[in-house]
Write a protein that binds this ligand. Sequence first.
Ligand code: BTN
Length: 260
Amino acid sequence: MSNTRFIGKVYHRFDELASTNDWAAQLLGTVPEGTVVRAGHQTAGRGQMGSHWQSPPGENLLLSVLFYPHWLDAQAQFHLSMAMALGLNDLIASLGIGHSALDVKSSIKWPNDLYLDDKKAAGILIQNALSGATLQSSIVGIGLNVNQLNFPPDLVNASSLAGAFGKKFDLDEVAALLFEGVERRYLQLKAGKREAIKSEYEGSLWRLGQPVRFVRAADGAAFEGIVLGVTGTGLLRVQTGKGEEVFEVKQVRFETREAT
Ligand code: BTN
C-alpha cells in the first residue's frame, strides 16, 4: 500500500488490457484524481510519436495515472511532463538499493525517458486535454521495465531495474514508491514551484553539458551539439556551431547507438 494522499487510492488492476492509457481515457471525469489503471500485459501498448510499447506479461509496470490539473496553464503543460519525469527519476533513489545504486547513474533523457546509465528503463506517454487556457485532464502513462532481462534485438538500448541493479523487485512495492514520487512532484508543481521543477529537471538531464551527436529528422543530417537545457515549453536547447538552437521532439534525435 502506498503512502500517498491521493494517487492509487482508486486502483483498477487488470491482467490484460489493450492500453492502460486508453482505458483511463474512458474513466476521465467519472473517477477521482489520482486514480490508477494498471495492467500486467498490454496488447496495444502505446509509446511516444505513435510507437508501440512492448512488454512481456507480468515482468514490468504498465500503468496510467489520471490527473485534473485545472490550475495549470496550457502553456505551462511541459512542467507537468518534467514533474512526472522527476518523480520517476526519484524512484531510483527511494528503492533502497544502497551501494549498487551508486554505480548506476539514473537520468532523464529529454523529454521524459528514464535512463539507467546509457539505457532506457522507462518511458512516459502523457495525454492532456485542455479547457480554454488551462488543463482539464492529464493521463500520465508510465511503462517501467522492472524485472525484464531479455529484450527484442531491435531494442538495443533497453534496460530494466533488474538488469541495472542485478536483483529482482516486487512490482507492487515499486509501484507504491512510484506513486509516492510522482505525487510529491505533482504537489510541488501545484504549489507553484515551477522554477524548482525546471532546474531540477535540467540538472537531471542525460548528457547535460556534454557534446552529443544529433540527427535532424528533416534531412537525416548529423551534427554535434552540447545539451544546455530546455525552454519552458519543452524545446531542447543545444549549443551548435551556429550558436544556440532549439529543437522540438520531432525535429531531432540523439544519434548514439544506445539512444535511438
Ligand atoms: C515511450 O514511448 O517512451 C512512452 C511509453 C509509455 C508506455 C506506457 S505503458 C502504460 C501506458 N499505456 C500505454 O499504452 N502506454 C503507456
